[in-house]
Design a protein around this ligand. Structure first.
Ligand SMILES: [Mn+2]
Length: 433
């Protein structure tokens, strides 16, 4: 007997991977435990006749000769199948987009893709296995859910190409939308309102952050969706919900960020959890739990994490070329042209008094004005940034004041200049090692 299974608490990638694998292994029985995400459950109950799932309890494990495991590489993520771990002569085949794991297999396809479905779809496409529109839709839901509609940084070109293939095979976007749309009900609404009421806003290393804490009794599903909405409503770079279940001495921390440099997954792994750059969670269990302390802990982690990451001084250009305020415009023009600068800080008696940029030359009406000193045309609004601030803050300043460069100041002196190009390098991770 051959069985296909995925991790417990199945999401759409897990379900879609099981169904996709069943096309590759048509003689296999699809096994799935009852613990699955609410929207996956809703989809399955509507498509019961099409996708038949056998509960792990109904499988006679001694008969299992081949185990096909998808979307996980860890035994403890499998429900009710632990006994297979020690079974001799068991052939194990694995398809997964996570790394590591303790499931040793005879054959595996384990690659970092946005979704496991993408890996299995590769085989389906190669072998020209026909897809019904419903299966194409389900496969696409798997990719969309695990890649945040192809927006997470874990998304690969192959994930997107697979979506294109699935659309060609009549994947239905409106069905996809109605099932992927998160369940948001009365319970979630009440939690969201409570979150808004306990919000503490902080600014750490330039990130606008919102923290909240809510006492929980009993299970409330889809908290991660609520935290996403909370982040949107608070309009912050990062939002954290600390959900305290006093009776069980545990806190669930869920974080969401809209800024890739604020890596929630990394933060959460410091708290014993995990996730990806945009979203993550952790569970903290202790007798002496205090939600305030948890919030402090996250704040400190963000502060520390940022200190160890990219600094303004890593990005800025230096030494800084400057011009003096009485320099003639024609000389400045020559300097800009020769050095390829788009602008320069202007100094008077060692002090920064303005910035001259190519744009300022447009203010000149006559050729004779080229003899005028730079101070007549420079922009006197001096926007600078302290060297201790984060690159994000520098970028905010540039956008706010519509300027292309910000002098970096340390102890009252210019130590460098951050240009738009430097900022772009930061955003596109093109920093030299
Ligand atoms: Mn997955």
């Amino acid at each position: 007997m051959k069985i296909i299974t995925a991790h417990k608490g199945a999401d759409f990638d897990a379900l879609a991977s099981v169904i996709a694998a069943s096309l590759l292994y048509p003689d296999a029985v699809t096994v799935m435990s009852d613990t699955m995400n609410p929207n996956v459950k809703a989809f399955l109950s509507l498509h019961k006749e099409l996708f038949i799932m056998t509960p792990p309890g109904d499988v006679n494990l001694t008969d299992v000769k081949t185990l096909v495991v998808v979307d996980t590489c860890n035994w403890n993520r499998l429900d009710g199948l632990q006994k297979l771990k020690d079974k001799e002569d068991l052939e194990i085949v694995m398809w997964d987009h996570h790394t590591g794991g303790d499931i040793h297999c005879s054959w595996k396809c384990q690659e970092m893709k946005g979704a496991t479905v993408t890996l299995i779809a590769r085989s389906i496409i190669r072998n020209n296995i026909p897809l019904t529109p419903i299966v194409a839709t389900l496969l696409m839901m798997g990719i969309y859910e695990d890649t945040g509609n192809l927006t997470f940084s874990s998304t690969t070109a192959e994930d997107a190409a697979t979506c294109a293939y699935l659309l060609e095979n009549k994947a239905d976007l409106s069905v996809l939308n109605s099932f992927l749309r998160p369940a948001y009900g009365e319970k979630q609404k009440n939690v969201l309102f409570e979150m808004m009421g306990t919000t503490v806003r902080r600014k750490i290393r330039g990130y606008k952050l919102a923290f909240c804490q809510v006492k929980m009794e009993g299970h409330v599903g889809n908290l991660s969706v609520v935290v996403s909405m909370y982040r949107d409503l608070e309009n912050v770079d990062g939002a954290f919900g600390v959900f305290h279940e006093e009776k069980k001495n545990k806190c669930i921390v869920i974080g969401r960020s809209s800024n890739e440099s604020l890596n929630i997954g990394k933060l959460m792994s410091n708290l014993g959890g995990g996730g990806h750059p945009g979203a993550g969670s952790a569970m903290i269990q202790s007798e002496f739990l205090n939600p305030e302390a948890v919030i402090e802990m996250i704040s400190e982690l963000i502060d520390g994490h940022q200190r160890s990451s990219v600094q303004l001084s890593d990005l800025m250009s230096y030494p800084v070329h400057t011009v003096t305020s009485d320099m003639a415009m024609e000389d400045v023009a020559k300097l800009l042209r020769e050095r390829g600068f788009s602008g320069l800080p202007v100094i008077e008696e060692g002090k920064l008094v303005g910035v001259i940029s190519r744009r300022d030359f447009r203010k000149m009406r006559k050729e004779a004005h080229m003899k005028s000193p730079v101070k007549a045309y420079m922009s006197k609004a001096i926007i600078t940034i302290d060297s201790g601030k984060s690159p994000l803050e520098a970028v905010r300043l540039m956008i706010k004041h519509d300027i292309g460069r910000v002098p970096v100041i340390q102890d009252g002196e210019i130590i460098g200049i951050l240009t738009r190009t430097d900022a772009m390098r930061y955003y596109y991770n093109l920093l030299p090692d």
